[in-house]
Write a protein that binds this ligand. Structure first.
Ligand code: VGL
Ligand code: ZN
Length: 211
């Protein structure tokens, strides 16, 4: 029965250099992630997968700019450039990401009315993506999270995984952040660690693997 899952978060062209919401050094996570995939019993991936009329796109808010924060239905929403539009090249996985081991892909952010940073729930927790039950059905009790971006989707996916009862680790050198503010990434790491999420490096994983 599988136990340990790797969750690869949003390693998509738009979050890599040259993409519309490029995360600095976003592509450097790709070889690291490819190297560690075989250490896990099951590998799943999330894909940010927005319709063109998505609420998180600044262009859909006349008079607003990228980086502005608006309140929608009582939730604060950062406005982003158009990114990861369903079926567009920017929404595809980075071409060098090894997808051969990915057992399931969870697409999130598909509802135009609400954003979804976490791979488990939308930002208001109205809807479940099915990721938790998928992992439970596979007998997974331990997850490690990697990908993009440390200060958004990686962070919220890790916080939810921990809260759902999975023993949760974040592989920091297999993640990169947006860093809208200079301390967003270290702050995200501190926050995850203070909740009980383990912060690890890819090299330690290999060393502790019992096979
Ligand atoms: C993400 C901002 C907007 C992420 C997704 O994958 O971290 N960030 N949409
Ligand atoms: Zn998005």
């Amino acid at each position: 029965m599988p136990r340990k899952a790797l969750i690869i978060v949003d390693v998509q062209n738009d979050f890599c250099p040259g993409g519309s919401l490029a995360v600095p050094e976003g592509d450097v996570v790709v070889p690291v992630i490819n190297r560690i995939q075989s250490l896990f019993d099951v590998v799943v991936a999330t894909q940010d997968w927005h319709p063109l009329n998505h609420i998180s796109f600044a262009v859909n808010h006349p008079g607003k700019q990228v980086g502005d924060v608006v309140e929608i239905d009582g939730l604060l929403q950062v406005l982003w450039p158009v990114h990861c539009v369903q079926n567009s090249p920017g929404a595809e996985f980075h071409p060098q990401l090894d997808t051969s081991r990915i057992a399931h892909v969870i697409r999130k952010g598909t509802d135009p009315r609400i954003d979804s940073y976490s791979g488990f729930f939308d930002n208001a927790r109205r809807r479940d993506t099915g990721l938790a039950s998928l992992l439970w059905d596979l007998g997974v009790d331990e997850v490690a999270i990697c990908g993009l971006a440390t200060d958004y989707c990686v962070k919220y996916t890790a916080l939810d995984a921990h809260e759902l009862g999975f023993a949760t680790a974040v592989i920091v050198d297999a993640c990169r952040g947006v860093g809208l503010r200079s301390d967003d990434v270290p702050e995200a790491i501190r926050q995850m660690e203070s909740r009980g999420i383990k912060i690890v490096f890819a090299g330690e994983l290999a060393a502790s693997a019992d096979r």
